[in-house]
Design a protein around this ligand. Structure first.
Ligand SMILES: Nc1ncnc2c1ncn2[C@@H]1O[C@H](COP(=O)(O)OP(=O)(O)OP(=O)(O)O)[C@@H](O)[C@H]1O
Ligand SMILES: [Mg+2]
Length: 247
């Protein structure tokens, strides 16, 4: 198993001229689960978007590195090739592109030398769809078109499993999932964790954290990480909110 490390160093970013991230330092190694918590508007999703290279955000300082390689300004595809995967809080709808086409293209882009036969590839996809309780008929539907909230999340998880990333960022993957779906998603996360994948899980809720037991909990407030701790931090947030954590 190869190790991968995502290093975020003094990262500052702005949107529409407003500074949102004010110097983030965070390291996620493969085989680690980190939870990122924090009040609404703190900049959690912004951090995710900046990590994956969303064009709306302007990085003004700092660095993002994977295994020492600077990817601060790399194109999203290059980040994906370096092993990053991000599931968005509000996934987009890509009308007209079927799930099957999208997954096959994304997979071939990431692993151009693998040349997995089509049949084998789709058997793999169907296997994962079963694991996340997605009906096989979804495979020929257009991405996120008319999907329910929970179906979108399952599709994100399907992508995550199929694309075999090294470091995964999940932005509120647990919001809007029913109890059974949440269990399936947690199970997929744990499976990948056991295969040495690293996770940064953005969440507001204790429920998913109970299932996957993160070793590290970070709190983001007003664009800065104001606390690094363990499960006891998320336990206390559940009881007392964020007021006790000072900036
Ligand atoms: N395009 C934009 N224009 C202006 N402000 C923006 C833009 N995008 C994000 N912001 C602001 O950046 C701040 C951080 O937003 P972000 O979505 O990162 O918060 P968050 O921590 O993910 O919150 P939540 O818990 O509600 O998901 C917010 O105040 C938001 O309004
Ligand atoms: Mg958010």
């Amino acid at each position: 198993m190869t190790n991968t490390v995502l290093e975020i160093k003094n990262l500052k970013a702005e949107v529409e001229g407003k500074e949102i991230l004010k110097g983030i330092n965070l390291t996620v190694n493969s085989g680690e689960i980190h939870a990122l918590m924090g009040p609404n508007g703190a900049g959690k999703s912004t951090l995710g978007e900046v990590l994956i290279g969303h064009p709306n955000y302007k990085i003004t300082d700092g660095k993002i590195m994977i295994n020492g390689k600077d990817i601060t300004y790399a194109a999203p595809e290059e980040r994906a090739r370096a092993g990053l995967f991000l599931a968005f809080q509000n996934p987009i709808t890509v009308s007209g592109v079927k799930i099957s086409t999208f997954l096959r293209m994304a997979y071939n882009n990431l692993y151009p030398n693998e040349k997995m036969p089509l049949k084998e590839f789709f058997n793999m996809v169907k296997g994962v769809m079963k694991d996340v309780d997605m009906d096989e008929s979804f495979i020929s539907r257009a991405i996120n078109d008319g999907f329910s909230g929970g179906e979108r999340k399952r599709f994100e998880v399907l992508q995550m499993v199929i694309l075999k990333p090294k470091i995964v960022i999940l932005d509120e993957i647990d919001s809007g999932l029913d109890v059974d779906a949440l269990k399936l998603v947690s199970a997929e996360i744990k499976k990948m964790y056991n295969e040495n994948v690293g996770f940064l899980i953005i969440t507001h809720y204790q429920r998913i954290l109970k299932d996957i037991a993160p070793e590290f909990v970070h709190v983001l407030k007003d664009g800065k990480i104001v606390m690094n701790g363990d499960k006891t931090v998320s336990d206390r947030i559940e009881d007392e909110g964020y007021d006790w954590i000072k900036e």
